[in-house]
Design a protein around this ligand. Sequence first.
Ligand SMILES: NC(=O)c1ccc[n+]([C@@H]2O[C@H](COP(=O)([O-])OP(=O)(O)OC[C@H]3O[C@@H](n4cnc5c(N)ncnc54)[C@H](OP(=O)(O)O)[C@@H]3O)[C@@H](O)[C@H]2O)c1
Length: 236
Amino acid sequence: MKKIAIVTGANRGLGLATSEALAQRGFKVVMAMRNPDKAQKQVNAFKMKDLDVVPLKLDLSQEKSINEFVEVIRKEFGFVDVLVNNAGILIDSEDGGNSSLFKTKSATIQKTFTTNTLGPFLLTQKIFPLMQQEGYGRIVNVSSGMAQLSVPQNASASYRISKTALNMVTNLFASEVQGADICVNSVSPGWVRTDMGGPHADRTIEQGIKGIVWAATLPKGGPNGGFFRDSAPLPW
Ligand SMILES: NC(=O)c1ccc[n+]([C@@H]2O[C@H](COP(=O)([O-])OP(=O)(O)OC[C@H]3O[C@@H](n4cnc5c(N)ncnc54)[C@H](OP(=O)(O)O)[C@@H]3O)[C@@H](O)[C@H]2O)c1
């Protein structure tokens, strides 16, 4: 039986590349995305390379969509080996909050938190039992250096708050592993040239996904409840 990996935000950027990398490593990859119809080109390109990928609709800002997604996963597969909570938004610039936290609107914090933190929390809450029943799982929460409490931070408050909270989500689920071969970790990809990172970022997508793929494919006894960049611990 093939191992099943779910990657959220799989239609572009780090999620698309992570999907390809995991499929190349022999996983059947469920490419979770808001608009599967618009990603047919990407999905077909993978299929042409004989990669085993399945696009599936998921909007992380809608609990109903998360429930429907998990229901399909339960019915179609019944188990999950890897969950990469990659989807995320950075919208602080919409209210000027990228330059000053005093401009940040509550709606921006709420919207960002819903997608970046609550969505991954709910999805993990529903997928985790499917891993527990098999005694195996790897969960990767794609976080950011902008989440670090140990490093001075300013502005883009919504994004930073949501990713620091996501790190706590990592911590909490890691504490539920209870002896099973399940590893739950946060990974910062660094600053990467995607739609979010922009053209001036110092990393390629290939460099960015390396640590994500590493955490998704950790061997038995691998770290649990950590924060990493490039496979090395990153201070919280
Ligand atoms: N790029 C960087 O420099 C950098 C640095 C640190 C951390 N990260 C993190 O890495 C992850 C991937 O970022 P990226 O650079 O690849 O960003 P990106 O190119 O902007 O892609 C973001 C992905 O998230 C999806 N998404 C957004 N809202 C969603 C929702 N409600 N439901 C489902 N999917 C949703 C997008 O789908 P649509 O196409 O439908 O919008 C897209 O697939 C994010 O969590 C980000 O915070 C990135």
